[in-house]
Design a protein around this ligand. Sequence first.
Ligand code: ATP
Ligand code: FE
Length: 371
Amino acid sequence: LLMLGIETSCDDTAAAVVRGDGEILSQVVSSQSDLLVRYGGVAPKMAEEAHALVIDQVVQKALDDAKLSGSDLSAVAVTVGPGLSLCLRVGVHKARQVAKSFGLPIVGVHHMEAHALVSRLVNKDLDFPFLALLISGGHNLLVLAHSLGQYVQLGTTIDDAIGEAYDKTARWLGLDMRKGGGPALEELALDGDPDSIKFRVPMRQHKDCNFSYAGLKTQVRLAIESKNFADDIPISSASEEDRQSRANIAASFQRVAVLHLEERCQRAVEWALKIEPSIKYFVVSGGVASNKYIRTRLNQVAENNGLQLVSPTPSLCTDNGVMIAWTGIEHFIAGRFEDPPAADEPDDTQYELRPRWPLGEEYSEGRSVAR
Ligand code: ATP
Ligand code: FE
């Protein structure tokens, strides 16, 4: 079984070929980091154009690197949601084009399910049910994975995701955004004192598994304003004292941002074990899961509860085509796929996309507010 996976839901154009047994035959990512640096975020129209510009090359390179042609493939998997419709459409269009040319079935993939399931490629012992924390620029999810396609959402963010908070903080601290806000902030935080600024831990009065990062962002903004340095002065031109002050903010932010994760994960473990006492694994995935400090802290949460942490390598945590191909393989084997497009399907056919697509039902127990 050979699966091509295509991912264009946000700002990375990615493709990969994965074999049925989990062997990764190729992995190609073209990221729009230059655009992100210049415009401070993802502008859908520009992102769409950037995807459209490289999608053919990215898919071709994935096939070339795997030393395969389209006719060798068994099927094509593609992200159909959640994400920006304009961007999703570029990937789906390409997937259907390849599928039509070679008469291949198509598997429509949920981007967040893929972030979770790639951990099963990494660790072959990882069986359902398991608990997963999925943390990225747009999502902050705690899910109980019952079985393929069957998830219960234990918690989500009521405002921003943690990756968004890392990115904004990094930008405000004048960090070099070319390597990505999260990694730059993680690095700077190593030089700072995490106890120097006492940010409030979000949502402690809410005894549930939801997250909130908007308030922490505001606290960081205020701390930066009181220190009086502007984001138009990059950290590379800052004085030593100024640099230390920025590092302190970075470390204090990271400490509280992650403490919030730890607290919610501890509760989620308790909830999950009540529902499914057989759980053995705690999966942490999504772009933010590449953070070493976060991995270490969450590994402790897992250990405290007798669970094993599984967190994919950074290149499989951030958006990639491998996770889409692998999730495609899981669904394909389970018989969930669409027939190949008709040979006479017009090129401008409108496909069904799922820009907003929840990953399973919300779990509602314990949503009480403590006094
Ligand atoms: P989605 O929310 O749809 O899953 P995404 O566009 O956020 O997708 P990902 O690649 O999954 O894409 O995650 C990117 C996020 O991960 C960014 O916010 C980035 O700053 C963050 N990130 C990456 N590496 C680190 C790190 N070492 N520390 C903290 N955050 C990181
Ligand atoms: Fe993602």
